[in-house]
Ligand binder design. Structure first.
Ligand code: ADP
Ligand code: MG
Length: 242
């Protein structure tokens, strides 16, 4: 799987939001888009997901032009959007069910790994925010698409839950051959999770820098406290100021 974003431009009315955005996601890579609120990250997501049509530019998946087509990527919006009338298990299986590949055993196994083993027959209104995010992510992992797109999935969580969720996400993802495109405005989160960080400017958003993150995997919370981590954080803060 390779996803290529080629010279995307987008405006709302007369306001230019995205200007000449290009980057590539290689197979199995974890790529973050890091930019301030209002910079156009969700807009970029909607373009990649085929929900919006770009003013200019192309999106290619394995060299196929998928601009303005949806269904090629597994897309997880900021709000986990679980169906209230479906149980946790039924929600987790939705993507694979739609693809005609529902596998209940595997879904239960993944939910157990997500510490949701006790909750598989519960309904979304019985879950905390972090639990809902885990169900949505399990659903994305079980879906057949090889690229998962997540739009600020942890931004509504408190900082403890957020760190737990980041580690859980990495651990779960490392066992899968999937690529991730992760949107965030949190510098530490982008650094901790990613192989690659794409820095966006604002008004309009352009790619300010593309940073290759050198930390080895598996990563754990010790990384947050390391000198190396702080140095990279400083680098990004500087790059964002320029
Ligand atoms: P981010 O996700 O980085 O916070 P968004 O992509 O949501 O940013 O929004 C970028 C800019 O585009 C904001 O100024 C927002 O108000 C504007 N915007 C987003 N969606 C629309 C829309 N459908 N119509 C008009 N303006 C929009
Ligand atoms: Mg957004």
């Amino acid at each position: 799987m390779t996803l290529q974003i080629e010279q995307l431009h987008h405006s709302f009315g007369k306001k230019k939001i995205l200007s000449n955005i290009s980057f590539t996601i290689e197979n199995g890579e974890f790529v973050s888009i890091l930019g301030p609120s209002g910079s156009g990250k969700s807009t970029l997501f909607h373009l990649i997901g085929g929900i919006l049509k770009p003013e200019q530019g192309k999106i290619r998946l394995n060299d196929w032009d998928i601009t303005n087509e949806n269904g090629h990527l597994s897309y997880m919006p900021q709000n986990p959007s679980l169906f209230p009338w479906r149980t946790v298990l039924q929600n987790a299986m939705l993507g694979s069910e739609l693809a005609g590949k529902a596998d209940e055993t595997k879904a239960i196994e993944l939910l157990q790994k997500a510490n949701l083993g006790e909750m598989i027959h519960a309904y979304p209104n019985q879950l905390s925010g972090g639990m809902k995010q885990r169900v949505a992510f399990v659903r994305a992992l079980l879906s057949p698409q090889s690229l998962i797109c997540l739009d600020e999935p942890f931004s509504a969580l408190d900082s403890f839950t957020k760190k737990e969720m980041q580690q859980w996400l990495l651990k779960t993802w490392e066992a899968y051959d999937k690529s991730i495109l992760f949107i965030t405005h949190d510098i530490e989160e982008a650094l901790f999770l990613s192989d690659h960080v794409i820095l966006l400017s604002i008004n309009p958003a352009t790619v300010k820098a593309s940073i290759k993150v050198p930390f080895k995997r598996p990563r754990d919370e010790q990384l947050y406290l390391s000198e190396e981590f702080l140095q990279w954080k400083r680098k990004i803060v500087e790059a964002l100021k320029e």
